[in-house]
Design a protein. Structure first.
Length: 595
């Protein structure tokens, strides 16, 4: 059975040595959470993930969720008790607003908790994960009454939340949605329609489920301009806060799927269900994006989390499994063979995964810290940059981290040879679970289009040019440090390629939109690779400073893994740049009937 160890030392390194989060102690969320306290909280959370959630991962995969004839759903053995412990421990409240009972910790802290939960048990983590997205939508767009009615129970986790966009004929293109909302005399609406693939749509973990549903109000314009967002509770809530009548929303089916079996992916049938408008009429998509941006960072994190869990197990296996001899002479001469970790090709897969995991973690934390600046800083310039970076980096994080997370999970499975393909080892589950993160929350192709179509051009390219300037400043500050030379040179090269790709996009994408679409995937990967090169340069600098010339296994390993990244992962930028510059040519050459 796979195991999981919370990467607490990695968190500590990022908080203390790289991001120096103590320097933000003057901001509200940070003032209440000194570093020692944050680390204690994460240590406790780590134990919960290691001891309670991780052992249930394989149980959830094997058992899945069960729908009963009345539409109720039972989660796998142990999930209900684990969820009770989660609520009793106050974990769902970590990053939520104290005004509604939350603990108000910075996002950069709650993200570490989310990573641990997702590594330990991704399917379980989606119940509180989706709830937090729904919480954000009501928090930002709901009325005072809605906030007071729903948020306190959602913050504690007593009630969970969902997001309902997808319909059978309407996935990426939400303008096609058919679910309708009919206004009632009392100001409420009646919602009718079918939503599919709804994560955590029905279950036995919480006493109420607050569905956030997009629908079209009768008479509203066609397309995305006529979409409104509604709060549709499974049980209506009485004026005194107690649970009232069962609402007209029922789980019609649970989908049979490739992975995350422990999470109930539901067909939800809405039949004259009572719903309440959340935010403004016909502005539902904007409101939904609040939820989706939070969710997209969470999904990017899922890619990293599965890669981390798969790496940890593959590293243990590679030190244990004896096959063949080292090419440079036996390393385990008293044994019948050497452990497979002596083989360079096995090392390649381990090092690729590790270099990704550590770089990707730094990237998510760095971005989350900008998210905290956006929320808490009083300085207009800081807020503007933070907002720009959040918008620009969200599709990169979602798309790049989930593509690479899946690829690494597969490579770690490869390290197990045939045993990786056998279910009892659990490696196949990491691969199957990781796969969905590339698809939902906007398939990765759509993330790439969002990056090149919306985010690059916003405010005349202000965000991407700020990023380039930041990298240039770092290179300038560190160019004379011989220890940093390889990192600075590699970063400079990657940034020059990204800048080249950006200029190509601006010149060729506008004249022929198919060029932009054709180049978008490679551009997103070029961006992701360069962003991680910057993260590795920041981490290398921090490691050199912390080790202060002395040998230290942790910091020396950090620098060695960083060298691996720049020498053996980063060169992929060249291939992506070359491919993106070919534009739409070969992709669009064949007429559709030739396929
Ligand atoms: C396990 C699971 C859980 C899910 N959870 C939820 C949930 O909780 N709530 C919810 O609302 N939905 C959920 N979804 C739905 C998910 O978000 C959608 O499946 C996803 O957004 C893609 O929509 P689609 O499946 O209809 O694919 P389509 O939109 O049909 O897309 C098919 C392919 O075409 C590409 N494509 C489509 N349009 C374009 C375009 N304009 N340009 C370029 N490429 C394009 C896409 O990238 C994709 O590769 C879930 C799905 C699954 C499988």
């Amino acid at each position: 059975m796979p195991t999981y160890k919370a990467p607490l030392r990695e968190f500590q390194f990022l908080y203390r040595d790289v991001l120096h989060i103590e320097q933000h102690g003057n901001l509200p969320a940070f003032a209440e959470a000194p570093l020692d306290l944050i680390e204690q909280i994460l240590e406790e959370g780590g134990k919960f993930c290691e001891n309670v959630l991780a052992p249930l991962n394989i149980v959830g995969d094997h058992e899945g969720c069960k729908r009963h004839p009345d539409g109720s759903v039972t989660t796998p053995t142990g999930f209900k008790d684990a969820y009770k412990q989660l609520v009793e421990g106050g974990w769902p409240a970590l990053g939520s607003d104290p005004a509604f009972g939350g603990q108000g910790l910075p996002h950069v802290v709650s993200l570490a908790w989310n990573e641990m939960v997702s590594s330990a048990n991704m399917a379980f983590g989606m119940y509180p994960g989706l709830s937090h997205g729904a919480y954000e939508a009501i928090h930002h767009h709901g009325s005072d009454e809605q906030r007071a009615t729903y948020l306190p129970k959602m913050v504690t986790g007593e009630w969970t939340g969902t997001m309902n966009l997808t319909e059978p004929h309407c996935g990426t293109d939400l303008g096609l949605l058919r679910t309708k909302a009919v206004p009632q005399a009392d100001g409420s609406y009646r919602i009718t329609g079918q939503k599919i693939f709804i994560s955590a749509g029905e279950h036995d973990l919480a006493e109420n489920i607050i569905h956030l549903v997009i629908a079209r109000i009768e008479g509203a314009p066609a397309g995305t301009k006529g979409i409104s967002l509604f709060v549709v509770p499974k049980f209506l809530v009485n004026a005194d806060g107690s649970l009232g009548k069962r609402n007209g929303v029922v789980c019609g089916k649970i989908e049979e799927k490739m992975g995350i079996h422990g999470n109930a992916t539901c067909v939800l049938n809405y039949d004259d269900a009572v719903g309440f408008l959340c935010g403004q009429e016909n502005k539902g998509l904007n409101a939904m994006f609040t939820m989706m941006n939070v969710a997209r960072l969470g999904v990017g994190m899922q890619g990293l989390a599965q890669s981390e869990a798969a790496y940890q197990n593959a590293a243990i296996y590679a030190k244990d499994r004896l096959q063949g001899r080292s090419l440079t002479g036996a390393k385990n001469p008293d044994g019948p063979a050497d452990p497979i970790i002596v083989h360079p090709d096995v090392r390649r897969m381990l090092m690729d995964a590790r270099a990704f995991n550590e770089g990707a973690r730094c990237f998510t934390f760095w971005t989350a810290l900008h998210g905290d600046m956006l929320t808490y800083s009083q300085d207009e310039k800081t807020k503007e940059k933070a907002g720009d970076y959040m918008a620009l980096m969200t599709p990169v994080l979602k798309g790049y981290l989930t593509d690479k997370g899946y690829a690494n999970a597969t490579n770690c499975q490869q390290i197990y040879g045939g045993h990786g393909y056998i279910e009892e080892w659990g490696m196949s589950q990491f691969v199957r679970d990781a796969r969905i993160a590339q698809i939902y929350e906007g398939a990765n192709g759509i993330q790439a289009l969002d990056l090149v179509g919306r985010k690059l051009a916003a405010n005349g390219g202000r965000a991407v040019f700020t990023f380039f300037n930041e990298i240039d400043a770092f290179i300038g500050d560190n160019a004379d440090d011989p220890k940093m030379k390889p990192f600075v040179e590699a970063l400079g090269g990657a940034k020059a390629q990204l800048q080249d790709g950006t200029m190509w996009m601006m010149q060729n994408g506008m004249s022929n939109f198919d060029n932009a679409g054709a180049a978008s995937h490679d551009y997103l990967h070029l961006f992701g690779l360069t962003a991680l090169a910057y993260m590795w340069a920041l981490m290398a600098k921090a490691a050199f400073m912390a080790k202060a010339g002395k040998a230290d296994l942790f910091y020396d390993a950090k620098i060695a893994v960083g060298r691996h990244y720049i020498e053996r992962v980063l060169p992929d930028t060249g291939a992506h740049l070359a491919k993106l510059k070919t534009g739409a040519g070969t992709l669009m050459a064949l007429p559709a009937e030739a396929f």
